[in-house]
Ligand binder design. Structure first.
Ligand code: ATP
Length: 655
């Protein structure tokens, strides 16, 4: 199945040797991927694409393949232009794209808008506009490097006249798209527009790209070495390769580094060449919510575990390179060195002499500079995100370190938390008001946890993090929401449940004194597998008048003229739709099944799940729309709630 080349056009034949990969190769794969909902088929199409690019660009004499072709193909498949921590982003506004389509195809902006209302997909409108255009010359086929370079140029254009410059580049790029390829309508314009919008909408999650890349590397080896593996042997090789690539990528999430190494050393030696490296932020380990102390004990029964204060601040991954350079990264791998110049300056004071290079995981928390008391996240959020000057800083920040991931040239992810914690305490030293270790208590009874939880709340924390201490269950698992880390927030105990991070996708016009602003909003969760936002509730409480003004200002800019195809609205009918960008943290009384909303449809029941009595907590600037809570988490919360209710009915509720 995997080896079968499913392309209708023989690109290997049509792709002259030594030339860069044609962009049409990618768009044809995208169309095939878009046409199926089966993950295995999506993986298979993508494997064919990547295998073609790797083997073709390797050329006859078996030389190293053209790294750029492979790297840029992968970036175009995940619709990114750089690693997260470099942060070159697409996401061009609708009006600019309409202007470019209009200029490039000669159709009026009004006609394009009307068609967009009908189709809900500007990419499709661009493709139709191209198809209806009469062309005299057939343009030279677009190549992967050209498209990648233009997209990057657009993303990097800033300053005066930047809008006009961007429109100019997009117009030219659209003009260079083919109208037909091998007798059928070309989808180049469609995917260029979708890339520029920031979403491909073909239901391709990044983990599928990683699986396909691992499979393509194995198939390339099979072909080059002329291996005659049995079906079973091939299948176990594919699985092993996938495991290797997933692990490597979670430690160094940079295709810029992983792909050249993969092509040079092959998949089997990749781990030896790509290890956690200071300077490249890894995806943080995440925790699962728990609703009761009893649940913690059920999980950790008979195991050694520790409870740590769950500080109410912002995650900070702190790196120091061998040459002394330091950097702080956010939960989202964003470089925060410019937000925290004070931390950068104080860091040397908490490092012992025997500590050269390191990566530690910590929470940056606002504190009162006179009393050292912890302050809530709201205080920290007053700080600007960029270009903060030390002399202007009003809110003091202290770092509370809770894990050590790398020390003096050695990754520590596969050591137990007990060992990592010992090394952390050995190599760093607390400095009042600047740096400390997360307060912890290694207890094992309900009473001990209860006492420590109350203490943490009294000290201004959100609750506790309970973590496995020993054995491989306590390894650091980058990017995983692991059962080996449980969060126990004080709110849970009041029966409220964990908060959710949701994307604002629609607005309802206000009434009475709120006519100038939106009076309520439509929220959605994000399904990474299907690359779509699923509606979950309407929210209108928890906002002050000032907050509504602020939200109106931000969201007005994001209004779009039609519902995007990647927002699964269900029965929700807001007055306006927004580009999915803004993330809010929200609490709710409970969850219920809903005939209107689409969140987690099919996971618990055919109906979706919605939030009852949702309440706005805060804006989550540190999360992008793709980091919103997912449908699986929502289904899990719903099931947990149903379980607690049935236990409660039987009189067995434990908290
Ligand atoms: P998530 O990160 O789980 O998606 P979130 O960003 O809303 O959700 P929480 O669910 O509140 O965060 O809990 C996890 C976060 O708690 C961590 O990302 C970290 O920023 C913070 N935290 C505070 N203290 C600790 C600690 N001792 N150990 C680990 N994380 C801690």
């Amino acid at each position: 199945q995997l080896l079968k080349n499913q392309f209708t056009v023989d690109f290997k034949g049509a792709w002259p040797e030594g030339e860069p990969a044609p962009y049409a190769l990618i768009t044809q794969a995208f169309s095939l991927i878009e046409g199926t909902t089966k993950r295995i088929e999506k993986t298979s199409y993508l494997t064919s694409l990547l295998f073609t690019v790797i083997s073709r660009s390797r050329q006859k004499d078996g030389r190293e393949p053209d790294i750029d072709s492979v790297l840029q193909t992968v970036y175009l498949c995940i619709n990114r232009l750089s690693p997260d921590y470099i942060g070159i982003e697409l996401g061009i506004g609708e009006s600019l794209l309409i202007k470019a389509i209009s200029e490039s195809t000669g159709r009026s902006a009004q006609v394009i808008k009307t068609e967009l209302k009908k189709e809900g997909d500007l990419g499709l409108v661009a493709m139709n506009s191209k198809a209806s255009q009469k062309t005299i010359f057939k343009p030279k086929p677009l190549t992967v490097p050209t498209v990648f370079a233009r997209l990057k140029e657009i993303a990097l254009t800033s300053g005066v006249q930047s809008q006009a410059k961007k429109t100019g580049i997009i117009t030219k790029l659209l003009a260079a798209c083919q109208t037909t390829i091998a007798g059928s309508t070309s989808s180049e314009a469609k995917f260029i527009i979708r890339s520029l919008e920031g979403k491909l909408r073909i239901g391709l999650a990044e983990r599928t790209v990683i699986v396909a890349l691992a499979h393509a590397a194995v198939l390339d080896e099979k072909e080059r070495r002329n291996k005659n593996w049995s079906k079973e042997r091939l299948s176990s090789k594919l699985e092993e390769a996938t495991g290797i690539l997933k692990q490597v990528y979670s430690e160094i999430p940079s295709y810029d580094l992983v792909i050249p190494a993969l092509l040079k050393y092959g998949i089997w030696d990749l781990r030896a060449h790509c290890k956690l490296t200071p300077g490249i932020p890894l995806k943080p380990m995440l925790a699962k919510p728990t609703k009761a102390i009893g649940e913690v004990l059920d999980r950790f029964e008979g195991k050694k575990f520790t409870c740590e204060y769950k500080y109410d601040g912002e995650r900070a991954q702190v790196h120091r390179l061998e040459d002394g350079t330091v950097a702080v990264f956010s939960r989202n791998s964003e470089d925060m060195s410019k937000k925290y110049p004070d931390l950068m300056e104080s860091l040397p004071r908490c490092i012992k002499d025997n500590t050269k290079s390191f990566v530690f995981d910590a929470e940056a928390v606002a504190i009162d500079k006179n009393t050292g008391k912890l302050m809530p996240f709201q205080e920290l959020s007053k700080r600007k995100r960029k270009d903060v000057k030390v002399e202007d800083i009003a809110v003091r920040v202290c770092l509370f370190a809770f894990d050590l991931l790398y020390l003096n040239g050695e990754p520590l992810l596969h050591k137990s938390l007990e060992e990592r914690r010992a090394l952390l305490r050995e190599h760093f030293v607390p400095v009042p008001l600047e740096f400390d270790f997360a307060k912890s208590s290694d207890g094992d009874t309900t009473e001990q946890i209860q006492t420590f939880l109350e203490e943490s709340v009294k000290d201004g924390c959100e609750g506790l993090m309970v973590k496995m201490l020993q054995s491989d269950e306590s390894f650091y698992e980058p990017s995983r929401r692991s059962v080996n880390w449980l969060k126990l927030k004080k709110d849970y105990l009041a029966g409220v449940g964990d908060s959710l991070d949701l994307v604002v996708v629609g607005g309802y016009h206000g009434k009475g004194k709120r006519t100038a602003v939106y009076g309520a909003f439509l929220l959605a969760c994000y399904d990474a597998d299907n690359e779509e936002w699923q509606t979950i509730c309407k929210i209108g409480t928890g906002f002050s008048d000032e907050a509504l003004q602020e939200h109106a200002k931000t969201l007005k800019e994001l209004e779009i003229s039609a519902l995007r195809g990647d927002i699964k609205a269900g029965g929700a009918k807001p007055d306006v739709w927004f580009e999915p960008k803004v993330v809010w943290e929200v609490l709710a009384a409970d969850l219920s099944l809903s005939p209107i909303y689409t969140a987690a449809q099919g996971l618990v029941e055919q109906r979706g799940i919605s939030l009852r009595f949702p309440r706005f907590i805060r804006v989550r600037d540190d999360k992008s729309a793709d980091d919103a809570t997912g449908p699986e988490q929502i289904a899990e919360m719903y099931q947990r709630q149903a379980l607690a209710q049935s236990k409660g009915k039987k009189g067995k509720g434990d908290a």
